[in-house]
Design a binder for this molecule. Sequence first.
Ligand code: SAH
Ligand code: SF4
Ligand code: F3S
Length: 441
Amino acid sequence: MKRYHVTTFGCQMNQHDSERMKGMLESLGYAEAGAPAEADLILFNTCSIREKADERFVAHLEQAKGLKRADPQRIIGVGGCWAQSVKEDVFRRFPYVDVAFGPGQVHKLAEFLTSDSLTAQGFFEFGGFTGHLPAKRARDLQGWVQISVGCNMNCSYCIVPSTRGREVSRPLVELVAEVERMAADGVREVTLLGQNVNAYGRDLRPQRTSFAELLGALDGISGLDRVRYTSPHPKDMREDVVLAHVQLPTVCEHVHLPLQAGSSRILKAMRRTYTRERYLDRVALIREHVPDAALTTDVIVGFPGESEEDFVQTLGVCEEVGFDGAFTFIYSPRRGTEAATFTEGLVPHEVAVERMERLVEVVQRRARQRAQRFVGRELEVLVEGPSRTDPARLRGRTRHNKVVNFDGVAAPGDLVGVTIVAATSQTLTGEMSLVAAAAAR
Ligand code: SAH
Ligand code: SF4
Ligand code: F3S
């Protein structure tokens, strides 16, 4: 039997694409190998969001080159956003690569593997949802659902629109059927994936569908306890979506709302299409209806033209909102993007690093403070397994998407009540309530 190995870089969408790649390969009769050295087919599912992502992948590819030299029968494949962004250039730069394909062409990998072709091939059309391929889920209880591909936004720093194409939504009935199948298979929690999930459905014909309608349609699925989604765009965060968090029991009390910058001037240069005020207004809307909701975000520091005053405004928003967590990034110029052509007000790396440190201080302090609201409360926790830090304890996740390490006896998949006794910026610690434990059985 032939064996494959997939190394995945990048976001949850890429992780999910890899599940589909694996499912497809297994339907072709391949089995998963524990390491690249044991595989006949070595695949990389790549990311290009920042320069570091590129560098990391190239180092891995160098290792694969050695393995290919040892056994020239081996096939090396490169998929994902980096492959899409360099296209045929991949074969010039890395002549030992046999097949390359973009995120919309994963299905072509099967065609390549079942053909007799000995020449390297690249597939870079947009089109085709990986969501249509069989999946090999990485996790038993939690599943990803690709609700749309591509992005119609034009953020000036971002490579994604060029690697994933225009936005295309999958029909609602198809998504409901997919989630029904997952729930029947034991999945308790799904995360809906898209570059801009709340723009979902506007392109659907004959009938447009809204993201809130999709949430409503998934809510009734038997056996499904929780629905999450990532990422919504602040410009499309409307009241119907916020109200879904209140009205639909499955929709979790967590919103990841990417801020990127707290200065309206920088937001404009980023082409984010909202201002600082509009962002804060969205936060107020969420807090009005779902006061306890966890809010997380993404922030970029060191964007071209970002002055000290602009940066202080970003700090101000983080201070004011008090996010439950944030992913923070130093701006990285990406090939083909508008911002990569900016020449004025470039922020020296040391300045960006210094700003990053100040940002992280605010983010962590506020997250720690925010987390204290959970202490003393009993929260619903979906048990995932043993704690990573102490296997004698259990690990699970709250509806707010906080990891909880706790004492108790429960099986993965149980929903239990855990009383929180301590909280850091990242994790909660607690004890399982006995009453809730009995009810879970
Ligand atoms: N579609 C999603 C996520 C895009 S990528 C959204 O719009 O929220 C995830 C995050 O990477 C972005 O939110 C942004 O904060 C960061 N990012 C994207 N391009 C970047 C770049 N060129 N440099 C640094 N960070 C970047
Ligand atoms: Fe990139 Fe902006 Fe689209 Fe997100 S919304 S994927 S940041 S272009
Ligand atoms: Fe994701 Fe990286 Fe592509 S973040 S969409 S895999 S560039």
